[in-house]
Design a protein around this ligand. Sequence first.
Ligand SMILES: Nc1nc2c(ncn2[C@@H]2O[C@H](COP(=O)(O)OP(=O)(O)O)[C@@H](O)[C@H]2O)c(=O)[nH]1
Ligand SMILES: [Mg+2]
Length: 505
Amino acid sequence: MTRLSERREPTRWVAEDAPTFAVVGKVNMGKSAVLATLLEEDDDAVIRISAEPGETTRCQRLSLVLDGRERLRFIDTPGFQQPIEALRTIRAMGADDARGPGPDTLARFVARYGDSDEFVDECRLLAPIVEGAGVVYVVDPGVRLHDAFLAEIEILRLSAGPRLAILNPHAESDDASRSTQTNEALWRDELGKAFNLVRTFNAFEARFAARRDLLAALNQIDERDRNHLDATLALLDTEWEERRDEAAERILRFLGTVLRLREHTNYVDDGAPEAARKKALTEANRRYFERIAELERETTNDLLALYRHRHTRAEAAELMTDELDLSHDETWRRFGLNRRQLTFAGAATGAAGGTWLDVATAGHTLGLATLIGGGVGGALAWFKGDALPTLNLSVGRPGAFGGRQLSLGPPKNPNFAWILFDVMLVRYRAIMARTHAARGDGRLAHQRSADEAESIVRQLESSRQKLLARWFREAQRNTEQGERDVQARKAIEATLAEIEQAMQS
Ligand SMILES: Nc1nc2c(ncn2[C@@H]2O[C@H](COP(=O)(O)OP(=O)(O)O)[C@@H](O)[C@H]2O)c(=O)[nH]1
Ligand SMILES: [Mg+2]
């Protein structure tokens, strides 16, 4: 019987039928962060990302699984601890070899020190490489290239397999200073000599296209598995399109549900009919908007789950319960509007009294969506208050107990649907922008920032606007749309693809 303490690490790191790469580098270079983003793993219990050095003390297998099969295997490793000493030892061991130190020397190094107290981390990280795993070496190009790094690079150069170097800049890309750039040039020079390929991959910013590029780079360095990797990329693409399709479907369902939503309430009007009616109306209004905010949150959480953000939740929309004074700049700033947009707002306030253009006829009306920079909570506040378009309201006949029923439906204003759609698109963009390595506080912020206040729906091409406007109108009338549902979903899908595209540039 094997006692627990005697259990050894698995002897085979390299998969039989999946190309395997060991992800190596000094501690805190972002090895785990790169893997978390690449494999969309946001669970700290699975991939620990930490500023504490030495959190990863053993190798760990992490797989890219597509269609239920392991397509690629990565080994997350502890960082190099004593690369200079290790290199000196390896060189000494290889001095007797006719061809100098090489892959065999690394194997003998691991065999000799693997069970000792020396070079513990080096042996662990070299074990998969000795076994045949390719190398993915991660560095932060903002860090000065010093001797210990040169030793790491030299050790890795001795391995026989394919080698890719990844520059994972920790500094935000737009504030990369001049010295960082010089540093990066030095890194590139040095890495170019020992690796098949050098790529930049920012673990905190990489989106789908960057993840795909990185996987394609593995294809380039590992010729043996070219067909396998090509097939993996094709699966990855298919899966991504399926997700986008599903996201469009979910957004369409949200829009349909909200546009058909009715809120009913009963009240008794025996004493003071006006007061009772007003109270009931206020109450129904609140519930109506709360229900919409809830649906928005549910949808956003579904989208987060679809994109494998299992530990992020949509922040609850802050419903503005107080009356809005649209003549105040402050009101518009709460929606995240800038000065130019504030000027627009002044003009639109006049229009709020009742002149609404048909949505299909003018971008003018769509412009309102631009004005509403906040999420649904802020946006819907526009539709509240006395000066604003009222909801459909039907007051039933007195019932058996002298009660009446009052129903609220969607605002007649065509902007309503566009604002709902815009809010959802902004949410989608925020989800796309989020990487699985940036763990944060687990909340998807609700407010869009001032420079993102520009509406997305306003930029849609007019044929798509018209198609969607018609779908919104019919949904609001609660008619069955059949084939038009399919067209609307495709239009949304194309919009989502464009949002992703715009984020690449
Ligand atoms: N800003 C930024 N920080 C990063 C990036 N990658 C890693 N980090 C941070 O660097 C620290 C170490 O990252 P980790 O992935 O655990 O490094 P490892 O020791 O190489 O596995 C953590 O605090 C990360 O949040 C990055 O691309 N940008
Ligand atoms: Mg780590």
